[in-house]
Design a binder for this molecule. Structure first.
Ligand code: NAD
Ligand code: MG
Length: 395
């Protein structure tokens, strides 16, 4: 039985998706074992995870943190090899002994190891939407050429994937559009004139989901949904005009597919990321996720509304950047990462996040990227431009 277990690398194991993934894996010791765990700076948490899951490797993003972890691993006598840096992240994502990689690093920092897993033909469970927003068609080509199986973990994209026919060759012929649902975040009903007063604490208090700080701010601006529109465009190969967003505050319907005959297929569930994680891990099987069941007797009304452009001006940047030259979505992602970090650092007002994204998009016209190096160069240039805009906003 042991030999049938799948070996899993979890990139970003100390984060919200990473810990939920370990929660699901712990429920199925007969199916999965952990090959590698990775983190940016959380040494003690990664150490605890190493004690609980006995991975072959533990990788810290930086050498000083790896040295700290190696010291603690030695003290405890754990049989774990500690590595550091991006190259090590790529190695534990492409090792021949790995079956599946959970890509749960936040931001463009996750692109290189996700791409390494794609090129090595792994089962790639993609939570790290920024990797696809930056990588776009290049990323999808790496998946095809590497023979990888790409399974979306973002709840909306998992819902769409579950609502689509198995044969992807039929999608273009049968599908009219996909409808991504959005909760509307914490400021769905807040007076837009007061958005400049929003604090990081308010922005990170999501009504339905508990998530990392960056995606929480993205949900509050609805940039998360803009990134998800771009993610859906590349994942499912549909035209941007075939992707629609509707606000559904209860987060019960996770997204829908409308077919040409006007039949709509949706996926429902409690808002718990262990559902799409378990689906990705076991696909095409179904396994226990640990999530509570929906109780239709107490659910009450499900409601829907159109997103308000004035309150959420960032949403339309998805379609605008998809209409730009290849690489424009990477510009948008980089600008947004810089703006969100500045907001969380209290160097930028909440309503200025959109101003930074909009101005950076307007200032750059990327040349066509042909590889990871080009993408990272676009990312670096956009970060520099966005940094200047942030400084100007703060002045
Ligand atoms: P998080 O901040 O909770 O965790 C991020 C993880 O990445 C941590 O383990 C951290 O140590 C690691 N990390 C951060 N920066 C790094 C770097 N430079 N190099 C290496 N490792 C680094 O984030 P999260 O909420 O778990 O989100 C992870 C990804 O999944 C994001 O792309 C997010 O958009 C996506 N996602 C999250 C949720 C959710 O419910 N949290 C839902 C859908 C999609
Ligand atoms: Mg999502």
């Amino acid at each position: 039985m042991t030999s049938l277990r799948q070996s899993i690398t979890i990139l970003g194991s100390t984060g919200s998706i990473g810990t939920s993934t370990l929660d699901v894996i712990a429920r199925h010791p007969d199916r999965y074992r952990v090959f590698a765990l990775t983190a940016a700076t959380q040494v003690e948490m990664l150490l605890q995870q190493c004690q609980a899951f006995s991975p072959r490797y533990a990788v810290m993003a930086s050498a000083p943190h790896a040295t700290q972890l190696a010291g603690r691993v030695k003290e405890l006598g754990l049989p774990v090899q500690v590595l550091a840096g991006e190259r090590a992240l790529c190695e534990v994502s492409s090792d021949p002994d790995v079956h599946a990689v959970m890509a749960a690093i936040v931001g463009a920092a996750g692109l290189a190891p996700s791409l390494a897993a794609a090129q090595a033909g792994k089962k790639l469970l993609l939570a790290n939407k920024e990797a696809l927003v930056v990588g776009g068609e290049l990323f999808m080509r790496a998946v095809r050429e590497g023979g990888a199986t790409l399974l979306p973990i973002d709840s909306e994209h998992s819902a769409v994937f579950q609502s689509l026919p198995e044969d992807s060759a039929t999608w273009e012929r049968r599908v009219e559009k996909i409808v991504l649902t959005a909760s509307g975040g914490p400021f769905r009903q807040r007076d837009p004139k007061t958005l400049h007063l929003v604090t990081p604490e308010e922005a990170c208090a999501h009504p339905n989901w508990i998530m990392g700080r960056k995606i929480s701010v993205d949900s509050a601006t609805m940039m998360n949904k803009a990134l998800e529109v771009i993610e859906a465009r590349y994942l499912f190969g549909l035209a941007p005009a075939q992707i629609e967003v509707v606000i559904h505050p209860q987060s019960v319907i996770h997204s829908m597919v409308q077919y040409h005959d006007r039949s709509v297929v949706a996926q429902l569930g409690t808002p718990d990321m262990r559902v799409p994680i378990a689906y990705g891990l076991a696909w095409p099987e179904r396994i226990v996720s640990g999530a509570a069941a929906l109780d239709f007797s107490t659910l009450g009304a499900l409601s829907f509304e159109k997103p308000d452009d004035q309150r959420f001006p960032g949403l339309r940047l998805a379609w605008e950047s998809l209409a730009g030259p290849v690489g424009t979505t990477a510009v948008l992602n980089a600008a947004n990462e810089v703006a969100v970090a500045a907001f969380l650092d209290r160097r930028l007002r909440f309503d200025q996040i959109h101003a930074v994204n909009h101005a950076t998009l307007g200032a750059m016209s990327p040349s066509k990227p042909v590889g990871l190096g080009d993408l990272m160069a676009i990312d670096a240039e956009a970060r520099a431009v966005a940094g200047t805009v942030v400084a100007r906003c703060a002045a």
